[in-house]
Design a protein. Structure first.
Length: 137
């Protein structure tokens, strides 16, 4: 059994939870899910794009761009509704990261509100200088 560094353990647990949720979905093959799980746990193998739905997935067979579709032979053979290991790895990674972010926000609790301060503006005197009394000297 491989020991997971402590910093990766929460991510590994989140990926496992995502895989357990996906295993019951229609069209998800268990063998492909096992391969996707290994890919998702490989540091740097799935690189999600910051502002899009796409990701780069690197495996022993090369790097693929996945954005709901995949250029791999498995996906091309079966078509749009098919979950190849690359699409599954991206889904596992996204769901694990989302779960960890949600956990992080919940552990911090609600964002504390800053106390409202009443800002007093100095009154201007007739000559334009600030004066507590409102008169010029």
């Amino acid at each position: 059994m491989t020991t997971v560094p402590e910093t990766r353990a929460p991510f590994q647990q989140a990926v496992l939870a995502a895989a357990q949720a996906l295993v019951t979905q229609p069209g998800v093959d268990r063998e492909r899910l096992k391969k996707a799980y290994a890919i998702a746990l490989d540091p740097g193998a799935v690189r999600l794009e910051e502002d899009a739905d796409g990701a780069l997935v690197s495996t022993e067979s090369g790097t693929r761009y996945v954005n709901g579709h995949c250029a791999c032979a498995d996906f091309r053979q079966h078509g749009d509704g098919w979950w190849c290991k690359h699409r599954l790895a991206v889904t596992l990674t996204k769901q694990a990261k989302a779960a960890l972010m949600g956990r992080l926000h919940r552990s911090r609790g609600p964002i504390p509100r800053q106390p409202q301060r009443c800002l007093r503006r100095p009154r201007l005197s007739m000559c334009g200088s600030p004066s507590p009394v409102g008169r010029c000297k």
